[in-house]
Design a protein around this ligand. Structure first.
Ligand SMILES: Cc1cc2nc3c(=O)[nH]c(=O)nc-3n(C[C@H](O)[C@H](O)[C@H](O)COP(=O)(O)OP(=O)(O)OC[C@H]3O[C@@H](n4cnc5c(N)ncnc54)[C@H](O)[C@@H]3O)c2cc1C
Length: 462
């Protein structure tokens, strides 16, 4: 272990990245001590180091490895599972100086980006080329490295899948300080274990990602948004496969329960003009976004969706004007902040098979009632990803509720986290509820990558 007074530690880190890129003690900004998880506790590490390139990351990791000092990678700190909270006896390796878009390859339709590039930065760079990187989690200040490490998803997953479907290759620093490249500017290779996919979603516990090769798509010029209130969630869920089957290939298929709709639209000052009688009869809304390269084709698709929703029992169907549509999606993206402002004590991002969403939500309602807990939510209905805010101030009761809700999702063939990851926030539930044989295998994988357990120890696994 390093000298906790830090002289040797700081000297060595200064040698590697320059004194201006190492912070310690009170010089560490508060934001580097936590992420956005509601239940995490901020921790001040021995030092924050901000390398400028892969060689510097490798030198930091090699040195930390030799000294047995824990190292936690950080992108933008927007994570919701406490996964980038550093350790008091460790180093936080912030990738936020590595923001170079190395290449936009127009012929291979891919972008090569350094890990600290944010979704916003990439999107801005792609717009002039009429291209898009389609993974769209609600917080676009997140880094691509963080997206890779959490296998980020978001509203467009129903059409484009999640991060693991859009990453072609990685450059990563191993716990030894060795640098590997996985995959490449191609979609297929059958050359042994798929290390790209193993590193994606590993929450900084297997390697530090320094670069990613991402798939790009032509950016559709036209989108339309259809909003449909339904009397029951069962009807919302029944509508989802029908819309998918209709062939319109929706970009977004999102459900928002009536309570969340009221709170989130009020937050962005959006008045949708829905009559009170309809609002009062509504238990959930379905938001369908379709996109197209051709305006006339889009109109046909949007009209088909509207007609189908009416046939499927929607109380009414609204074709939103572009400004209201943009505000509604923004409201949905900001749902987390609204829940936080309103005192949410925990959040859930369980995934279940999409046809099981109504059964799942009925079970959740019953668990909430039994424990006198308030639960509200929205979700990516198209892919069965349910986002819930849990309001229960008593920690012991909250944990019982969390455990019961997560377990109910698993019993329906789902998983504890669809996109936020396990981190430290969901770890106790994960270790208790996950198949022990799978956990044992994961521990062996971790040991193979990181035998001295220096990469983000305590996250995901003990
Ligand atoms: C309002 C809001 C809405 C959100 N909506 C969504 C959503 O719709 N879908 C979704 O999936 N997520 C969502 N998130 C969660 C969050 O934005 C994602 O988890 C995102 O991928 C985190 O990226 P980051 O750069 O902030 O990572 P961080 O929070 O910095 O880190 C997250 C994890 O990744 C690791 N990590 C970071 N960079 C690297 C690297 N270069 N190499 C190895 N490991 C690394 C960290 O150690 C940690 O384990 C939302 C968050 C907020 C605040």
């Amino acid at each position: 272990m390093a000298d906790p007074s830090g002289t040797e530690l700081l000297d060595r880190l200064h040698d590697i990245v320059g004194a201006a890129n190492v912070w310690s003690g009170d010089a560490i900004p508060d934001e580097y001590t936590h992420d956005e998880a509601l239940t995490g506790t901020a921790v001040r590490p021995l030092a924050v180091v901000r390398p400028a390139n892969t060689a510097e990351v490798a030198a930091v990791v090699r040195w930390a490895g030799e000294r047995g000092i824990p190292l936690t990678a950080r992108g933008s700190g927007t994570g919701l599972s406490g996964a980038c909270i550093p350790r008091a006896d460790g180093i936080l390796c912030a990738l936020d100086r590595m923001q170079r878009i190395v290449e936009i390859d127009l012929d291979n339709h891919c972008a090569v980006v350094e890990a600290g590039v944010t979704l916003d930065q990439l999107d801005e760079a792609l717009q002039p080329h009429a291209l898009v990187y389609p993974v769209y989690p609600g917080e676009t200040s997140a880094s691509l490295g963080g997206n890779v490490a959490t296998n980020a998803g978001g509203m467009r997953a129903v059409k484009y899948g999640v991060t693991r479907h859009q990453v072609l290759g990685l450059e990563a620093v191993l716990a030894t300080g060795e640098v590997i490249r996985t995959g490449g500017k191609f979609v297929k290779a059958t050359t042994g274990y798929d290390l790209t996919q193993l590193i994606i979603g590993s929450e900084g516990t297997l390697a530090i990602v320094t670069e990613a090769i991402l798939k790009l798509y032509p950016r559709p010029a036209h989108t339309a948004t259809v909003l449909a209130p339904f009397a029951t969630l069962a009807e919302v869920s029944a509508a989802v496969p029908r819309i998918v089957n209709s062939g319109v290939d929706p970009l977004v298929l999102e459900y928002i329960d009536a309570l969340s709709m009221a709170a989130t639209t009020a937050n962005v000052g959006l008045e949708l003009g829905i009559p009170d009688a309809i609002k009062d009869a509504t238990s959930a809304y379905l938001v369908v976004v379709v996109e197209s390269h051709h305006g006339d084709r889009l109109e046909v698709d949007a009209a088909a969706v509207a007609e189908l929703l009416a046939q499927l029992g929607a109380l009414d169907v609204y074709m939103l004007p572009p400004h209201s549509a943009a505000l509604l999606l923004e409201a949905r993206e900001k749902a987390f902040w609204v829940a936080k402002q309103n005192g949410a004590n925990d959040i859930i991002d369980v995934v279940v098979p999409r046809a099981s969403v109504p059964e799942y939500l009925a079970t959740v309602a019953s668990i909430a009632e039994t424990h006198a807990t308030w639960v509200a939510g929205a979700g990516h209905a198209g892919d069965g990803n349910v986002h819930l805010s849990v309001f229960q101030r008593d920690d012991a009761v909250r944990k019982q509720v969390m455990r019961a809700i997560l377990e109910a999702g698993m019993k329906l063939g789902g998983a504890i986290s669809a996109e936020h990851g396990i981190g430290t926030a969901k770890k106790e539930y994960f270790l208790e509820l996950e198949d022990p044989a799978k956990l044992a295998l994961m521990r062996r994988v971790k040991a193979a990558f990181d035998p001295h357990n220096i990469l983000n120890p305590g996250t995901l696994l003990d």
